[in-house]
Write a protein of this length. Sequence first.
Length: 408
Amino acid sequence: MFRKLTHRVFRDPIHGYINIHEQVIWDCINSKEFQRLRRIKQLGASHQVYQTAEHSRFSHSLGVYEITRRMFEEVKGLADLVTNYDQTVTLLAALLHDLGHGPFSHTFESVSRIDHEKYTELIILGDTEINAILSAIDTRLPHQVASIINHSHPNKILTQLVSSQLDADRMDYLLRDAYFTGTSYGSFDLNRLIRTMRVSGERLVIKESGIHAVEDYIMARYHMYWNVYFHATSRAYEAVLYALFRRLDDLKESDLLDKYPRLKTFLVEEVPRVESLLALDEAVMIYYFSEMQSSEDPILRDLSTRLLNRQLFAYEDIEDDVIEAEVIKMLEANNLDPRYYLAKDTLGQTPYHPYEKETSMLIYIIGRDQEVKELSEVSEIVAAISAGKEKKESKIFYPKIKKVGAYE
C-alpha cells in the first residue's frame, strides 16, 4: 500500500542522519503545512536567554520521526507485533504531531482558544495538502494518524511511542534543546534506552539493565525544565508577549488592527479556522510587531518595542499578595494598566509521577524473572523524587519603575 522511496536522508546534529524510506513520509515533509514548521521556533522564548536556541519545530518533528523509526527497527519484538500499515501510521503521527503549533508555540494559545493538539488534528483531517496526501493512499489514513496523536487508537503501544512518559517526542526535544541551548542538562543515553526497550503485553517496558539510562532521562527532564524551559528571563519575555496578545485581543474589533489582516482575521473568528492559523508564523508576527511600533495605540507601541528590543519586564519571587498590591499601586501611579503590565505565574514540575491513572503514562521495568514493575518500585532515585515535595516557584513580572512618572 505504501510506496517505497529511494533512500533519502537529512543531516541532523542530534541523530546524524534522518532516514526516509517511504514516499508518503517524503510527500508530507514537502507539504506546505509541514514546511511552515520551519518558521516556528521550537523554544518560543528561550533564545532570549540562550542565543543559539533558534531551532525549529520542523527539525524537532523530523527527530521524533527518526527516533520512532529506530524503535520499530531496534526494539526487540516490536515490529513483529505491528503490521507494516500501523508502523507507517505511527511514523506519520510522529512526524506530524506538532503541525498545529502557532507562532511562539505555547504562548500563542492564550489567544488561539484551541490548543495545538486540536489544531494538529484539524489540519490532518481538514482541507489541507497533508490530508490530500494521506487520503490519496487510503481514506482511513488521516483518521488513523489523528487517533494516535489524540490517544484514541486501540493499540496503545503505538500511542506510547509518540506520547507517553518515555516517548520519542520527549527524547528528541530534551537532546535537541540541550544541544541548541549549549547546555548539558538534557543529556541522556538515547542508544541505551532504545537498546533496552522491550514489549511486554500491551506496553513498552525497559529491561532492568537499562534502569540507569531511565534515571538519567528522568533527571534530564527535571534539570531542563528548571534551567531552560522555566528560566526567569524566558518567562519575562513571555509575560510581555502574553500582554501584547491580550491587548490585540481586546482591540480585535478596532480599526487599528486593519494593518495586520492575517492576525485580525484570526482574532475575530469565534473559532479560528485552520486556514487562519496556517497563515500565521513567526516571520509574519515579527513584521507585525515592527509595524506596531508606530501604532496609534500607546500600549501596542510600547509592548511591541519591548519585544523587539528585549526591554523585558523585571521579576521577583512572591510568597503572598502584599508584593502584588504594591506593584499595582506603583503601576497605577505611572499610568500603566496592570492588565497589560503585571503578570504572575506559579510553576511546578515533578519529573515523574507514579500515580497516573493512565497506565500507558507510566514507565515499567522488566526484571530477569520477567516480572514487570513500575519504575519507582525498583529505582531508589525515582522513588525518592516521586515521594518528595513538588518544587514550585512563583514570580511576578512588571516594568522597572524608576520613579513616579517614569518607567523602563
